[in-house]
Design a protein around this ligand. Structure first.
Ligand code: SF4
Ligand code: SF4
Ligand code: SF4
Length: 402
């Protein structure tokens, strides 16, 4: 048993940053991730650079994943979750981890791609910067096993439980995007022309930029609606999600570059400033996008199946309506769906919105990243770097006490 071992829950940008910093400081690290790949949700976001980098941070995640691939001294457990937590008599923490085995062993996989070609269900997927994994579409036909030259695929399905000891626990379990289908007023799911910012992120990742139903040549008008699921107690939280102004403006600017003849309207209550280059970035986007300061909105769909936005213009003090080819609901950050279980298990508190709250270091438990409050990618890296310092101080004090 090492006297300096840390378990990290979550291999998104925050967890990867802490893991990388700690192994560089000579600490033994176990990284537990529920997906079969590292990088978290934002691994499937697309770059939003226009003429120059707009600091969306997506490349930083790919870089962290590539670094992780090159680092051999982090013990990683994918498709795994924390299921038990107890303190072991002043000797640190005892953790129970449940693993649902990965069908593809990433350490053996050489990325030849034969399994993708062989799979009749399109169930073999690639995570960017990472390797291949199998999703829930798999029907156990075994064709991928037959073609894999490395013996990297095993169709075993039984879950395993393992107990591990750690001197402290870092929770970096991330967030979930707000789901606008919980409120019919957003009409999400009722028209393929109404999508979320999260959906658009994935379209950027595939470099398609528009959903299939919207043809590039017909796309004359796009609307972005801000604060969807944020700053509203009755549906999401009353907090500002802090990320959606940034990603929506970055995507709007990029779309205008891709489709210069498309008009883009940006409905907002306030614009959240972000990053040190905000002023020059905002000046650039302002030349591409029409800003409409408005109060909350209702929708309908017109005879041509286009979403119609009804709003109260704050500047003109009157109700107006506009039809669009595509509406993007800039959905905010909601607390991760495991927050409550993690809080119960580890003795942490939740704040009134459901984010994890910790006095970092109390009882050897630390919290970092978007599981404790909405954060942009760059902010997550900064926070994780600060938390690494706190973990190292905690470990040093423990050694001195011993
Ligand atoms: S066939 Fe095997 S080695 Fe090739 S990509 Fe698939 S899992 Fe990896
Ligand atoms: S077992 Fe069959 S369905 Fe499943 S991933 Fe392999 S080839 Fe695809
Ligand atoms: S970041 Fe912008 S869009 Fe998101 S909740 Fe805050 S003000 Fe609204």
């Amino acid at each position: 048993m090492s006297s300096n071992s840390v378990c990290i829950i979550g291999a998104g940008i925050s967890g990867l940053t802490v893991a990388n910093n700690l192994v560089n400081a000579g600490i033994e690290v176990t990284l537990v991730e529920r997906n079969p790949y590292p990088g978290g949700r934002a691994l499937f976001y697309g770059c939003k650079a226009s003429d120059s980098c707009v600091h969306c941070g997506v490349c930083l995640i790919r870089e962290a994943v590539m670094n992780f691939r090159r680092t051999h001294n982090i013990k990683s457990q994918f498709s795994s979750e924390l299921t038990g937590f107890s303190r072991s008599n002043g000797e640190g923490i005892l953790l129970e981890i449940e693993t649902h085995p990965n069908i593809i062993d990433w350490r053996l996989c050489t990325e030849c791609g034969k399994c993708i070609e062989a799979c009749p269900e399109n169930a073999v997927k690639i995570a960017p910067g990472w390797k291949y994994y199998v999703d829930s579409g798999c029907n156990d036909c075994g064709k991928c096993v037959d073609v894999c030259p490395e013996g990297a695929i095993a169709l075993k399905r039984e879950s395993m439980r393992e107990s591990i000891h750690a001197d402290c626990l870092v929770i970096a379990s991330g967030f979930k995007p707000f789901d606008p289908s919980v409120n019919r007023k957003w009409s999400y799911g009722e028209s393929p022309r109404i999508i979320t910012g999260s959906d658009l992120e994935e379209l950027f990742y595939t470099e398609n930029y528009l959903p299939g139903v919207v043809k590039k040549s017909d796309c004359k008008r796009i609307a972005f609606l801000q604060c969807v699921g944020s700053r509203n107690v009755t549906e999401g939280g009353e907090y500002c999600s802090r990320v959606c102004c940034a990603y929506a403006l970055q995507m709007a600017g990029r779309l205008k570059d891709e489709f210069p003849h498309t008009e883009i309207d940006f409905y907002y209550m306030d614009i959240q400033h972000f990053g040190k280059d905000f002023e020059s970035f905002f000046g650039d986007v302002s030349r591409k996008v029409n800003f409409i300061n408005s109060n909350p909105i209702t929708f309908s769909v017109d005879r041509a199946d286009r979403p119609v936005v009804r709003y109260e213009s704050i500047t003109e003090q009157k109700d107006k309506e506009e039809a669009y080819d595509l509406v993007v609901l800039s959905n905010g950050i909601a607390p991760g769906d495991k927050n409550e279980a993690l809080a119960k298990m580890t003795g942490l508190s939740l704040d009134k919105s459901g984010f994890l709250y910790a006095m970092n270091g109390m009882g050897g438990v630390f919290v970092t990243g978007a599981c404790k409050q909405p954060m942009r990618i760059e902010d997550c890296i900064e926070d994780a770097t600060g938390v690494t310092g706190e973990v190292l101080s905690y470990l040093e004090e423990r050694v001195q006490v011993k």
